[in-house]
Design a protein. Structure first.
Length: 522
C-alpha cells in the first residue's frame, strides 16, 4: 500500500462493508473525522431489507426503525427493560385485556402530513394483524383484537385475552410503530425501504443496499432536540473489520468481537470507552431427534453430558461469558439458577450412556454451524469434547443464508439435519424465547423437532398471566422440559462489548444494542 494514500471515508467504509477490510486499512492512520462534526457514524450488525415495521425480520432493521417511528411507549434509554412514554403522555392498563392511552398534542408527521391522532394509532396497530396481509410480525401483537378511538387523542387497546408481553414485545418493538393513516393508504398500505411517513426524531435521507443508511433530522419533530444533524449507519457483519474502522477514526461507536475485549482493556484506544454488557441472546447445540442416528435419547444425553461448556466458553468467549442454564437470561422472569447438567459435563457418564444404547464407536455425526468465527470455535471445541467419548464429528460451516433455512420444511435439507450450533435473538420477556419451540414451530424454527403438550400448554397459559411469580414457575418448568428431551446443550447468553468515543453520550437497551435516536454529543 502507498504510505501516502489516505482514502476518503466513502472509500474506506465501502471496503469495510463489502469485503471485511482487506488491505485498504493496513497501516492506515488517517484523520479521525468521526470524532468531530454533527454526524454520528455508527455500525449496525447487519444490512436492512425493509423499513416497514410489520415486515422486519432482522433486529438490525428494528434498530433503525426505532429512530424513524414513535410508539405509544418505548424502552428507556438507561439500559433497563422497563418502559417509558413515547407518543403517549398517558398509558395505563385498565384490566387484563384493556390498555388506555392519550397522545401528547401537537406531535407531527413529516412531509406535511399533519398531527398524529388516535386514528393513526388504530390504523397502525390493526394493520399489523390484518389477516389478508399475513405480516411476519403479526404475532408480536399477540391477542390484539382492535383499538377503540375515544376522541382525537385518546383510545383503548383491546385484547381478545390477556397477553403479558404486549408492552415489551408488541408496543416497544417495531410492531408498535405509529404511521400516518393518510400516507399509508396513499401507497396502498405497502412500502419497502422508503417510509411514506415518519413520526420519530429522524427521517430517512438515503439508503444504499448493504452499504450505508443515512438518517437526518425530522423537521416536523416536536420532542427533545435530536443529538445529530445526520446519523450514518454502516452494515458491517463482522465486528473485526468494524474495530479497524473504529481505530482508523471512521466510526464513533461499534460493537466489537469478544476476543478483542482483553486487547482493548490492556491497550485502551485513546479518548474511548469500552462498555461490556451481558447479553440476552441464547446459544446452544441442538439435536434433531427425528434423525435415525439421534432417535435414541441415550445418544442425545451422551452428547449433553459429553460437551464441556466451560471449555467452549474459554475458547469462544475467552472465559468472559457465563454458562447458560436455559434459554432465559439472568434478570428475566423464568431464569433458572442452574441446569440439570452442570457446565463441565461428565465424560464417564456420557460413555456409559453410549454403551447402554449399544452404539458402536466411533459413532459419526455431522455438526452444522454458521461461518462466523465464534460459532465455528464452538463447533470445534464440541468436536474435541465428543471425540473423547466415542463420537467422530464432522464440522460443516455454512454461510448464513444457507444455514438459516437448513431446518425448514420449505426446503429439502431438514431431514438430514443432525447436530447444529444455533443462537436466537432475545427481548426482555420470556415469551419471546419459548415461542420458537412449540409444536407449531416444528419445520420452521424448532429444528430439534420435539413436541410436548405440556410445554405448549404452559407457554400459552404463562402468556396470559399477570402474576410474575406464576409466570416464572411456568417458564422454569418449560426449560426443564427442553433439557429433558436430550435435544439441547445450553451454552451461554454471550456478551455485548461496545467501543464509543468519549465525546458521545450513548444509549443502549438492556441487551447492549444501541438506541440510535438517544445518542448525543457531550
Amino acid at each position: 500500500m502507498n504510505p501516502g494514500f489516505h482514502p476518503t471515508r466513502r472509500d474506506f467504509l465501502r471496503t469495510v462493508t463489502a469485503a471485511g477490510i482487506g488491505v485498504a486499512t493496513v497501516g492506515y492512520t488517517g484523520p479521525t473525522w468521526a470524532a468531530d462534526g454533527d454526524i454520528l457514524h455508527i455500525r449496525n450488525y447487519n444490512s436492512v431489507a425493509t423499513l416497514d415495521p410489520a415486515r422486519m425480520i432482522s433486529g438490525a432493521e428494528g434498530l433503525i426503525g426505532n429512530a424513524l417511528y414513535m410508539s405509544l411507549v418505548r424502552f428507556p434509554s438507561d439500559g433497563g427493560w422497563g418502559w417509558q412514554p413515547d407518543a403517549a403522555e398517558h398509558f395505563e392498563q385498565l384490566d387484563g385485556t384493556h390498555y388506555a392511552f392519550r397522545l401528547r398534542k401537537g406531535q407531527q408527521f413529516n412531509n406535511d402530513l399533519g398531527e398524529m391522532t388516535a386514528e393513526d394509532v388504530k390504523y397502525s396497530l390493526e394493520r399489523v394483524i390484518r389477516s389478508d396481509k399475513n405480516f411476519p410480525n403479526s404475532g408480536d401483537l399477540g391477542t390484539l383484537s382492535h383499538v377503540e378511538v375515544e376522541d382525537r387523542y385518546s383510545g383503548v387497546i383491546v385484547l381478545k385475552s390477556p397477553y403479558a408481553a404486549l408492552i415489551t414485545v408488541g408496543l416497544c418493538q417495531s410492531t408498535g410503530s405509529i404511521h400516518s393513516k393518510t400516507a399509508m393508504e396513499a401507497v396502498d398500505d405497502e412500502f419497502g425501504i422508503h417510509p411514506p411517513s415518519c413520526s420519530g426524531p429522524y427521517q430517512l435521507k438515503s439508503w444504499q443496499s448493504k452499504r450505508l443508511t443515512v438518517l437526518e433530522r425530522n423537521p416536523a419533530w416536536t420532542g427533545d432536540p435530536q443529538g445529530f444533524r445526520e446519523i450514518h449507519i454502516y452494515p458491517i457483519n463482522d465486528p473485526k473489520p468494524a474495530e479497524l474502522a473504529y481505530e482508523a477514526g471512521e466510526l464513533d461507536c461499534t460493537q466489537i468481537a469478544v476476543e478483542s475485549v482483553e486487547v482493548f482493556e490492556k491497550r485502551p484506544t485513546p479518548n474511548s470507552t469500552l462498555d461490556v454488557r451481558k447479553a440476552l441472546r441464547y446459544y446452544w447445540i441442538g439435536m434433531n431427534m427425528e434423525h435415525p442416528k439421534l432417535a435414541d435419547i441415550r445418544v442425545r444425553q451422551a452428547i449433553q453430558w459429553g460437551i464441556d461448556v466451560e471449555a467452549v466458553l474459554k475458547a469462544a468467549w475467552f472465559g468472559l461469558a457465563e454458562p447458560a442454564t436455559g434459554i432465559i437470561a439472568p434478570g428475566l422472569i423464568g431464569h433458572r439458577e442452574k441446569a440439570n447438567i452442570p457446565p463441565k459435563g461428565n465424560p464417564d457418564r456420557a460413555r456409559r450412556l453410549l454403551a447402554e444404547a449399544g452404539v458402536k464407536t466411533p459413532f459419526r455425526l455431522r455438526l452444522d454451524c454458521p461461518t462466523d468465527t465464534l460459532e465455528q470455535t464452538v463447533a470445534l471445541v464440541a468436536q474435541w469434547c465428543l471425540r473423547d467419548i466415542g463420537f467422530e464429528i464432522d464440522v460443516r460451516p455454512q454461510d448464513s443464508a444457507t444455514f438459516l433455512t437448513m431446518g425448514m420444511e420449505s426446503g429439502d435439507r431438514w431431514q438430514d439435519v443432525q447436530l447444529f450450533v444455533q443462537s436466537f435473538f432475545m427481548l426482555g420477556d420470556p415469551y419471546y424465547a419459548t415461542q420458537w419451540f412449540i409444536e407449531e414451530q416444528v419445520g420452521l424454527w424448532n429444528w430439534e423437532r420435539w413436541r410436548s403438550k405440556e410445554f405448549d400448554r404452559r407457554h400459552h397459559v404463562a402468556l396470559g398471566l399477570t402474576d410474575e411469580s406464576e409466570r416464572d414457575r411456568h417458564y422454569q418448568r418449560m426449560q426443564q422440559i427442553m433439557e429433558d428431551t436430550g435435544c439441547y446443550r445450553f451454552l451461554t447468553h454471550g456478551l455485548e462489548p461496545t467501543l464509543y468515543r468519549d465525546n458521545l453520550i450513548p444509549s443502549f437497551r438492556g441487551d447492549g444494542y444501541p438506541i440510535f435516536r438517544d445518542f448525543k454529543r457531550v
